[in-house]
Write a protein that binds this ligand. Sequence first.
Ligand SMILES: NC(=O)c1ccc[n+]([C@@H]2O[C@H](COP(=O)([O-])OP(=O)(O)OC[C@H]3O[C@@H](n4cnc5c(N)ncnc54)[C@H](O)[C@@H]3O)[C@@H](O)[C@H]2O)c1
Length: 368
Amino acid sequence: MSKSVRFGLIGLGLISNRHASYLRAGDVKRCELTAVCDVDPTRLEKYSDIKTFTSSEDLIRSGEVDAVLIATPHYAHTAIGIDALENGLHVLIEKPISVHKADCERLIAAHKNPKQIFGVMYNLRTVDCWKKMKQLIDSGELGEIMRINWICTNWFRTEEYYASGGWRGTWAGEGGGVLMNQCPHYLDLWQYFFGMPSKVRAFCGFGVRHNIEVEDEVTAYMEYPNKATGVLITSTGEFPGTNRLEVACERGKVVIEDGSLKFTRNEIETTKFSRTAEGGIVFPPVWNVDIPVSGKGGLHSEVTQKFVDAILDSTPLVADAEEGIKSVELANAMLYSSLTDSTVTLPLDSQVFEKELKRLIAESKFKR
Ligand SMILES: NC(=O)c1ccc[n+]([C@@H]2O[C@H](COP(=O)([O-])OP(=O)(O)OC[C@H]3O[C@@H](n4cnc5c(N)ncnc54)[C@H](O)[C@@H]3O)[C@@H](O)[C@H]2O)c1
C-alpha cells in the first residue's frame, strides 16, 4: 500500500457533508478522498473533481480506493459493508453498524482478514470527559459499580428532520428511532464503561412527540450479575434536554454533566463502612476530587485519523466495528422488551428479534 490511503465515501447526506469537508480540507493526514458514491446523482454534483459512482458495487470494484467510509441509511450498512470487506477494502462504518443483531453477526462474519481494518464511527469515545470516565473505571479507582443513571435527552429533533429522508422514523427505513439513530453513541459508551447487563426491561414511546412510527422516548432499566442496576432515559422530543451521567460506586459517586466531572470519593468503601461503622446513621468521610476536563475531543476526523493510522501503522482504532454489535444488541433488547411487555435476558436471541422487526415492517400502516 502507498503511504496515503485512498478513501471512498458512500452515502452523501447530512453526516457525509462533514466527512467530506474534513477529508478535503486535509485535516486527516496521509489520506485523500478519491471517490464518492450516492444513489442520488444530484448529490454527486459537487464532486466533479474526483471519481463518482451511483452504485456502491462499482465504487468498491473500481480500484480507486483502499478504504471506504459507509454513511448510508442503516439497513444498507450490512450489504455494503460485507461487499467492501469481501473485496479486500478497509472499512469505516457509521453507527449503528447494522440495524439488528443478526445483521451485525453477518457483517462481522465477513471480516475474515485481520489485515483489513474495520472500524466504527463512535466519535464520542474521544470526548475528554468520557475518556476520563473510562480511565477511572479501568484503573479500579471507583471500586465496584452499584448504580448507573444516565439521562441523555439532548437529542431534540424536529418534524422537518424526520421528513428530510424518507427512511427516517420508519421500521423499514431506520429500523428504530432514538435507540437506532441518536442514542447509539451513548449505548456504546454504556457498554464500553459498564459492560453488558444481564437483563433489560424497557418502556418505549412510539411516535409520542413526532409523526413517526418508531420510538422517540425510552426509559430502560438494566440489571447486572453483581446486582448493579442502571436506568437510561433518552428522547428526541424534549428541549432543553439533559445529558447527565451519575454513577454510584463503592468509592463514592461520579457525576458528569455539562462537560464537568465530579468525583466525590469515599475514604472507606461504602459496603465496608456500612459493616464496620459505629452508629446507625453515620457516613464515610469524603474527598472532593477535582478531575480536570478539557472539553476537547469528539471530532469525527479524529476517528478517521486513527483509522488511517491503523491501516498504515497497525495502531489501535477508537472503536473496532466488532464492538458495534453490543450497542445494537442493547437497542434491540430495549425495543423487544417494550414491544413484548417483558424482561429480556441477554444475550438476546438475534433470530427472534429479526423476526419481530420483520413483523413490524410487514404490518406497518404508517404514512408520513
Ligand atoms: N457519527 C455521527 O455523529 C453521525 C451523525 C449523523 C448520522 N450518522 C449516521 O450516518 C448515516 C447516514 O446518516 P445521514 O443523516 O447522513 O443520512 P442522510 O439521509 O442525510 O444521507 C444518506 C445518503 O445515503 C444515500 N444512499 C442511500 N442508500 C444508498 C446506497 N445503497 N448507496 C449509496 N448511497 C445511498 C442517500 O441518497 C443519502 O444521500 C446513518 O448511519 C446515521 O446513523 C452518524
